[in-house]
Design a protein around this ligand. Structure first.
Ligand code: XMP
Length: 321
């Protein structure tokens, strides 16, 4: 690929920020740019970088896809508003669940999310707001994995031969595309983002949909959302790169109140990794694993089985779809 990585060793954070600020100002000029904030590290860093470059000419939108974690839309919108970056919360839950209805294949689900995000939701926002640009937090690993054919990251367009200007009516700008996660965090820190944001474990753009095997319905997302709260509470001090819960499609026999319960299975994954390119399962104490098992099977309705993933990436991947 022609894109060149700026490694941690070669990154001068202050000059990177100056360079990107000037570049954004130059390209966008007097036009309006729209920015998609999800609260993940990459999109948060883009938001604060672009706000510095463009001020009020930047319109930041947080899309509530219905796939976000518990309380996340309000938490992120409030946090950015308090930093002086006005973020509009847009309710697009119906659009996403309609597009995902009946789909089980991982790549079809990813394609549905891409189309809903870029065409249905942002196509409308951009047109109504008279914007010419959409800013995006795509990073180097996203591009690399999509080109390698590992999985189609939801935010990759041009590298797949899609011209967003022709297809969706706006240009996509990706100021972080030469950086990996570690470098993106450094840029966020330098730009004054709070540590709770720049040091956050990664969270994928398609959100909890990457953690539901089989059909993504509001009910199934609710189940994985509840399990995610527990996993994040129990593993927040693990020092791991990323930790998550996955809802399986197959049911297994369990028992509840002395009767057979053909119930749900949740898989917990916890990763040691530097940049998500490769990963190994974190060596978690059995006490913590046991507590996770007890809490998830007691607090998440219908769950009768909880497992811990002990495979590495590769051949596993961090997320399940
Ligand atoms: P995988 O599952 O490919 O994930 O091993 C590598 C890293 O990328 C995140 N991820 C995504 N991020 N859009 C994103 O913005 C996506 O479609 C996507 N899929 C995975 C994942 O959480 C991990 O950190």
């Amino acid at each position: 690929m022609s894109l060149k990585e700026i490694t941690m060793e070669n990154l001068n954070v202050a000059s990177f920020i100056d360079e990107k600020t000037e570049e954004l100002k130059g390209v966008i000029g007097e036009e309006i740019a729209i920015n998609a904030l999800s609260g993940g590290v990459d999109s948060s860093v883009v938001t604060i970088l672009a706000h510095r470059a463009l001020g009020d000419k930047l319109k930041t939108c947080f899309i509530d896809s219905g796939l976000m974690r518990q309380g996340e839309p309000k938490y992120i919108v409030d946090l950015f508003n308090n930093m002086g970056v006005k973020a509009n919360l847009i309710d697009a839950r119906e659009d996403f669940f309609n597009a995902l209805s009946g789909l089980e294949d991982p790549e079809e689900k990813r394609e549905a999310i891409t189309q809903t995000f870029y065409k249905t939701v942002f196509g409308k926002i951009v047109k109504e707001g008279g914007a010419k640009f959409l800013l995006h937090g795509t990073n180097y690993t996203d591009v690399e994995e999509t080109i390698a054919g590992v999985k189609r990251q939801h935010n990759i367009l041009e590298q797949l031969g899609i011209d967003p200007e022709k297809v969706f009516g706006y240009k996509v700008l990706e100021p972080l595309v030469s950086l990996r996660k570690e470098a993106v965090r450094e840029v966020g820190r330098e730009l004054g983002l709070p540590q709770e944001i720049y040091a956050r474990p990664p969270f994928p753009g398609p959100a909890l949909a990457t953690r539901v095997i089989g059909e993504v319905t509001p009910e199934r997302v609710d189940i994985i959302r509840t399990a995610t709260v527990i996993v994040e509470e129990e593993l927040k001090d693990s020092g791991a790169f990323q930790y998550l819960a996955i809802l399986h499609k197959d049911r297994v026999t369990g028992m509840r109140d002395g009767k057979r319960d053909f119930g749900l299975q949740i898989e917990v994954r916890c990763w040691d990794s530097r940049d998500a390119t490769t990963g190994t399962p974190t060596n978690i104490s059995f006490d913590i694993l046991k507590r996770l098992g007890d809490r998830i099977s007691n607090e998440v309705p219908g769950v009768v089985s909880v497992t811990y993933n002990i495979a590495s990436k590769p051949p596993s991947t961090i997320e399940a779809i």
